[in-house]
Every structure is written in structure tokens, then in C-alpha cells.
Design a protein around this ligand. Structure first.
Ligand SMILES: Nc1ncnc2c1ncn2[C@@H]1O[C@H](COP(=O)(O)OP(=O)(O)OP(=O)(O)O)[C@@H](O)[C@H]1O
Ligand SMILES: [Mg+2]
Length: 359
């Protein structure tokens, strides 16, 4: 198994910097996802690992070997794209076998490995079909088989599920994960879908404007976003302006600017350090908000509307300064009357403390 290292890589197009000083160590066997909005540099990073794009600065290492100057076909990576990119005039089996034939493997070996790869993605029955005779999900499974059949050191996937509808996407997410774990292969995945990133990855790299904002496990990313952008991009969040009043060891007290006299306790490890007097943001997740009064960690808000989501209610309220506040309530909850003034509270362990301005 091979690890991947990106060392201070940078890619410019003219005077536009598409990827800026990106450094990242991906452990052997790890599943790492680049998550970010359109244009944030995800594909550029992936293509620099594959070798289709050469960085202007920095190094790419695969398995401790500096491959920065090595062409793509000698890096031994397997790639899956958003568009299926199958050869239309070849059957499923021929598509999968292509990379092996190019490598001039013996016919029996090609056959054996093609069968194994098709079995891995559960497409043995489809070996003789042509791509036009397959569904979108089946085509992506062929693309996956074609990528792994050569036994690549690293599997690279660029939004492989973006063209599929939600249900199929979820099915294929499980399929990719199963194949990745069966092979134990180091995998770099690109998506702009935060749910996909959280559910599939060992670690997620959040990108914005060519830079990495945060690299963390899904749980830490959700629980401890390090800035406003990440807090908003990964899941929904409620944000309140405040001033740090007390800063202790993992415990902070914040005075809410738009709710005079209201204090918030924040407990638990925080990525950034704050001192007394700092402007800050306090965030809490919709599912952590309760319709309940409390001395601290509580604001008042006016009820706007509740939307039935099947598994829960999504409740929208207007807080001080006309800010939108969202909380989720169980299906069985009693929904407030229109325009009712209600108290929303949350626990100190659920509060998130963020810098007031993003870097
Ligand atoms: N060949 C190129 N010439 C000029 N600019 C480019 C080129 N390729 C990419 N860019 C720019 O670099 C930035 C990053 O592009 P990239 O394809 O990495 O984004 P992305 O995060 O993959 O976005 P998407 O989610 O839309 O695929 C974009 O602003 C893009 O316009
Ligand atoms: Mg892209």
C-alpha cells in the first residue's frame, strides 16, 4: 500500500492561482476526500496526484517516491471520472481488460484479472454488454473495475457519482467504499457533496479558493469546524456574534452581541485559541437546539415556520438582528404558534466557538 504526500504544491494559470501552497499527507490505505465548492481547486489537486497537471511549485510523492516529474502512465494510479468515459465500441469485459492489454499481460492473466475485477463490482453477468446497454450506475461500476484492475497504488475518483440520482448515488457510495476496503487501497475522492464526504471518508480536506481550510475526520470536522466557512459548508449551522468574556482551559464564556446580557458557555477542545475581549462567533447545530428556556446558552426568537421533513421538523425562527435560526425537532414535537416568542437553548458541549473573521 502506498501513501501520498503533497508538499507545498501550487498551480497557476497566468496570474490566477488555482491551487495555493497545499500540503497533505495521505496514509497508506486511507480514504481522503477533497470537499469544496465549484472552482475551489479539487480537480486540480487530484490531477496533480495523477500527473495530468504539473505543479508550478512543490512536490508530489507516492510511496515516498518523488513523482513530480513522472508522467501519468508511470505513476500507477487508477482514475475514475464524473463522465463514464468508457469505450463505446468495446464490451464491459473489453473495457475492463484494456489497461491490462496495454501492459501486454498474458491472455490468461488478462482474463483472470478481468473476471476478478468484474466480480468485485458485481458485474460478472454484464461482461458481454456494451456501455449503451448499461445504466449510469452500472457504467460507473465498470469504470471502477477498469481503474482497479491494473492494481494501482492509488485510486483517484473525481466526482464519480455526480451524474447519478440520489438513491443510486447512495448505493454506489457503499459500493465504492466496499471495493476500497476489500482492496485496502489508498483512495483520493473529490466531491462537492458534504454528505458524501462525511459518510465515505477517513478524513476530509475542505478547500476554498485553492487553499486547504481544514483537514479532519468527518466527526471532528462537523463537531469542530475551524472557521465560519467550514461551519456553514459542512452541515447547517446557527451563528451568533459575540465577545469573549472569559477564556480558560477549554472553557470559554461569550457575551452575545445581539442579545444583551446573554452569556454562552463553550466547553470542549477548540482548534483556535481566543482571549478575553476577542470578537468571535458562537455556533450551534440545528439538531442541538431545543425549545427550552435556560439561564445560559439561550436566546429568544420568533417562530416563523416548521417544515415537515419526514424524520423530523425543520423549524425556522428569527433571532435578534433578524438572523435566521434553524432547529430540528422530533416528529412528535409540539410546534409553536405562528409568531410566538420562544426560547432556544443548547448545551455548552454543543456550542462551537469560531473566529469572527475567516482568514
Ligand atoms: N486550464 C485552465 N486554465 C485556466 N484556469 C483553469 C484551468 N483549469 C482550471 N482552472 C481554474 O482553476 C480553478 C480550480 O479548478 P478545478 O477544476 O480544480 O476546480 P474544482 O474544485 O474541481 O471545481 P468543480 O467542482 O467545478 O469541478 C477554477 O477557478 C478553474 O476555472
Ligand atoms: Mg472538479
Amino acid at each position: 500500500m502506498a501513501g501520498v504526500k503533497l508538499q507545498n504544491i501550487e498551480k497557476r494559470y497566468g496570474d490566477f492561482t488555482a491551487v495555493r501552497d497545499v500540503s497533505l499527507h495521505i496514509a497508506p490505505g486511507e480514504f481522503v476526500t477533497f470537499l469544496g465548492a465549484s472552482g475551489s481547486g479539487k480537480t486540480t489537486c487530484l490531477r496533480m496526484i495523477a500527473g495530468f497537471i504539473k505543479p508550478d511549485l512543490g512536490k508530489v510523492l507516492i510511496d515516498e517516491e518523488d513523482v513530480t516529474q513522472v508522467p501519468p502512465h508511470k505513476r500507477n494510479t487508477g482514475m475514475v471520472f464524473q463522465q463514464y468515459a468508457l469505450f463505446p465500441h468495446m464490451t464491459v469485459a473489453q473495457n475492463v481488460a484494456f489497461g491490462l492489454k496495454v501492459r501486454r499481460l498474458p491472455r490468461a492473466e488478462v482474463h483472470k484479472r478481468t473476471q476478478q475485477a468484474l466480480a468485485l463490482v458485481r458485474l460478472e453477468q454484464f461482461a458481454d454488454r456494451y456501455p449503451t446497454q448499461l445504466s449510469g450506475g452500472q457504467k460507473q461500476r465498470v469504470a471502477l473495475a477498469r481503474a482497479v484492475v491494473i492494481g494501482p497504488r492509488v485510486l483517484l475518483l473525481d466526482e464519480p457519482l455526480a451524474a447519478l440520482d440520489l438513491k443510486l448515488r447512495e448505493e454506489l457510495q457503499g459500493e465504492i467504499k466496499r471495493v476500497q476496503q476489500t482492496l485496502g487501497i489508498t483512495t483520493v475522492f473529490v466531491t462537492h457533496d458534504q454528505g458524501e464526504a462525511l459518510s465515505m471518508s477517513d478524513r476530509v480536506v475542505v478547500m476554498r479558493d485553492g487553499s486547504i481550510l481544514q483537514v479532519d475526520t468527518p466527526a471532528r470536522l462537523y463537531r469542530h469546524p475551524n472557521c465560519r466557512y467550514v461551519a456553514n459548508f459542512v452541515g447547517r449551522t446557527n451563528l451568533l456574534d459575540g465577545i469573549v468574556q472569559e477564556a480558560g482551559d477549554g472553557h470559554f464564556v461569550v457575551n452575545l452581541s445581539d442579545h444583551p446580557g446573554r452569556l454562552v458557555d463553550v466547553r470542549g477542545a477548540q482548534a483556535t485559541s481566543f482571549k478575553r475581549g476577542d470578537k468571535c462567533l458562537v455556533a450551534f447545530r440545528p439538531e442541538d437546539g431545543r425549545l427550552q428556556d435556560a439561564d445560559r446558552n439561550c436566546i429568544s426568537a420568533r417562530f416563523d415556520k416548521a417544515t415537515y421533513m419526514g424524520s423530523e421538523w425543520m423549524v425556522n425562527l428569527t433571532g435578534a438582528d433578524q438572523r435566521l435560526i434553524s432547529i430540528t425537532l422530533p416528529r412528535s414535537a409540539t410546534i409553536p404558534d405562528a409568531n410566538a416568542e420562544v426560547a432556544i437553548s443548547w448545551l455548552p458541549e454543543q456550542a462551537i466557538l469560531l473566529p469572527h473573521e475567516d482568514a
